[in-house]
Design a binder for this molecule. Sequence first.
Ligand code: NI
Length: 177
Amino acid sequence: MSNLPIRTYGDPVLGTPTTNVENIDAKIAALAASMIETMHEAPGVGLAANQVGVQKRMFVYDQGNGPHVVVNPVIVETSGEWTYEEGCLSVPGLSWEIVRPNAVHLTGYDLDGNELDIETDEYQGRIFQHEVDHLDGVLLVERLSDDQKKAAKKFLRKRQLSFSRDDHHGLTQLLGE
Ligand code: NI
């Protein structure tokens, strides 16, 4: 398996909630391997299945200490508050300070079908919330403040009209970099 195209803002697959994985089989393992490769290539620290057009509830992440896969993740509890600058491979080239809960309790399964039960916070907690949002059909743009959201959506709509999905050269020009 190999690198998969990453869907970007405006693609309806990103706004559609995913469905649970019924069987963690060889197909799911192959998908996970491709997602990890795609994430590393991008590069990014997390990738949800619907970002590569697959409506399955699973994500991969790598904070720099090796890749991990979470199948059927559920955030069972959150607490506190943390502001962190967040970007997304599906909204390339942009990032925003976003306020979210700090501590996160996540459950799910690994590729061997073992139950995962992870309590974490800060950076890892942020990755988990961002990826679970994707799987629920929610992009980070929806987590912005009202003012941020208005400006971001206007910018993104304009960019969507002006440039093709993979035109990074055009994007760089638009951002004046
Ligand atoms: Ni993302």
